[in-house]
Ligand binder design. Structure first.
Ligand code: DON
Length: 564
């Protein structure tokens, strides 16, 4: 009886599976040649095909980033900005490209305050005033011009195709659309049926975006000087936005010196200011120092307590010292120095949560200074073991909630990453002061932490994540899971997380990830605990001892690692 039920379905399955199994294109998450891990299966597939065509990590990064801009319009795109860390295997060199958005020239420090000095609700998150000058196209083109192998048109083409022919909507896109409740008619026209979000499985086509991308394929300067620029500026003018043609014309991406430090036997490199990510990742790794986390045991309360107290110290420094290095002096080398970590480590009581953590003493930092600082992440490794770790964003879901008319471009609300008034929390609860105050052409402080790790001069792993303020601690814990606890990439990414950001004084723990005894013990030590369902959408590629690579995308999202 049972056989009769099973037999026909087995035949059916084998008919379907056989051609797939024979196909060369079945993506692997543990393999030898190259791999792309991104937040969407179609984007990973695009990047993989570029690698197979002979493209390098940069070619695949450009194609994957543009594909994400189409299939994840709520998370990141060409109307936003980001950071790329690039490892060149040949000369063991690490490079950091900053293509983050900048405040418009017309922006002022008190842009979001009313006449009484009060914060105007939602002004920095919704609508035209929230938009900062986008950098994604300039950044991708810069990287490609210097390091790409395949023609620019070739790496832009898959995104055009996805925008033109459409793709099946996922539940994440439906949920993000429901949450956004568009006021902007252009966004409503593209992403809803008269206000009703596309449902999972429906095909979303974006003809305007396809046309914009086609212009960019011919000439990327269209975005900053040509037709696309004109359309953005016209829309801004019609809606009291601040961005002018001058803002777009003046936009340039910037190569910056990555921040690097040693952790155990590895060298960890990450994004310098205007991201706070790399600085505080290294600071926390230094605070952990040579504490033997492994023998304490994974998620043992002593190990968790040390992580939490280190996070507190790092985020207190973030609020005071971090900002755009072209505008404020950020004591980067002091903050990432092991000597500074030793001094601050003395503040950590191994048995009790701190109640009065303050930013580091400016005099101490001065002494240690040697120098006068919804989102999507993708990780790529090519056959030569070059690597790209790239995080880019339009900030919150669907950015400012607007699409520049006729362009299909979802515009960011990155202005909210500034400290819009002293000690006024942004959307992620982060506070800041003068170092991150608004100024014309200044870059808002970020937490994005694209990171690449080498060992003995060879690639060891590349990793990154979205999640606003939680990005730094997500990347930190993924790294510890691989380097200290020897987890494979999948487990390292899937493992439950904690997060503390100094203010508010609350320890976020992922639901279902911690047993009640551990939670009780952390409470006993004075931690204020808030259970949250889940956060982050990380991905990573890890090099195994035999030289092969293993990748993983976060089960909290819908991404995949696709290799060949
Ligand atoms: O740059 C930053 O730190 C933020 N704009 C990133 C936003 C983000 O990750 C939203 N994702 N959940």
């Amino acid at each position: 009886m049972i056989k009769r039920f099973f037999f026909p379905s087995l035949v059916a399955i084998s008919i379907v599976v056989a051609p797939i199994a024979r196909s060369q294109s079945f993506p692997l998450d543990r393999t030898k040649q190259g791999m792309v891990a991104s937040a969407h299966p179609l984007a990973s597939q695009v990047g993989l095909e570029i690698l197979k065509q002979g493209g390098n990590a940069i070619d695949a990064a450009v194609a994957t980033t543009l594909a994400i801009s189409v299939v994840e319009p709520f998370s990141a795109g060409i109307g936003g900005g980001g950071f790329m860390l690039f490892y060149q295997a040949q000369n063991n060199e690490m490079k950091a490209l900053d293509f983050r958005e900048r405040a418009p020239i017309k922006a002022t420090q008190n842009l979001y305050l009313d006449a009484q000095g009060k914060v105007r609700p939602n002004a920095s998150t919704d609508g035209y005033l929230a938009v900062a000058t986008p950098g994604t196209i300039a950044g991708l083109y810069q990287a490609h011009q210097q390091y790409g192998k395949l023609p620019w048109k070739t790496v832009v083409a898959p995104a055009i195709e996805l925008a033109k022919t459409g793709f099946p909507v996922s539940h994440r896109l439906t949920e993000a659309t429901e949450a956004r409740k568009f006021q902007n008619a252009e966004a409503r026209k593209i992403f809803t049926h008269n206000g009703k979000p596309y449902q999972p499985g429906e095909i979303l086509k974006q003809p305007e975006l396809a046309a914009t991308l086609s212009e960019i394929a011919l000439d990327p300067n269209q975005f900053y000087q040509g037709n696309v620029a004109q359309a953005i500026v016209k829309d801004m003018r019609a809606n009291n936005g601040l961005i002018t043609l001058e803002d777009l014309k003046q936009y340039r991406p910037t190569w910056r010196t990555p921040v690097c430090g040693n952790f155990r036997q590895t060298r960890v490199c990450s994004m310098p200011p205007p991201s706070s990510g790399g600085v505080h990742l290294l600071q926390i790794l230094n605070l952990i120092g040579d504490s033997d986390l492994k023998s304490m045991g994974w998620h043992n309360p002593n190990a968790l307590h040390l992580l939490i107290e280190s996070m507190r110290i790092a985020y207190a420094d973030r609020a005071t010292y971090l900002g755009d290095p072209d505008f404020v002096k950020v004591p980067v080398s002091a903050l990432i120095s092991p000597d500074y970590a030793k001094i601050r480590r003395r503040e950590i009581d191994p048995k009790k949560a701190a109640t009065q953590v303050k930013p580091g003493d400016p005099a101490v930092l001065q002494n240690l200074s040697r120098e006068s600082t919804e989102t999507s992440h993708l990780t790529i490794v090519d056959r030569d073991r070059n690597a790209v770790s790239l995080t880019f964003t339009i900030n919150l879901g669907f950015g400012a909630g607007i699409v520049a008319q006729g362009t299909g471009i979802v515009l960011n609300n990155e202005m909210d990453d500034f400290a819009i008034a002293p000690n006024t929390p942004n959307a992620f609860g982060l506070v800041g002061g003068q170092a991150n105050a608004i100024a014309p052409r200044k870059i808002p402080l970020s937490s994005m932490t694209p990171t690449i790790i080498t060992e003995n001069g060879k690639l060891r792993m590349a990793v990154g994540a979205p999640g606003g303020s939680t990005i730094i601690t997500t990347v930190l814990q993924t790294i510890l899971n691989v380097l200290v606890y020897d987890m494979d990439a999948r487990r390292a990414i899937a493992a439950s997380r904690i997060h503390h950001q100094w203010q508010p004084d609350r320890l976020m723990v992922e639901q279902w990830g911690f047993d009640p005894l551990t939670i009780e013990e952390l409470k006993r030590r004075g931690h204020q605990i808030q259970q949250r369902e889940k956060w982050g959408n990380a991905n990573a590629i890890v090099v195994l001892p035999d030289g092969s690579i293993e990748g993983a995308a976060d089960p909290r999202g819908e991404g995949v690692a696709s290799g060949y």
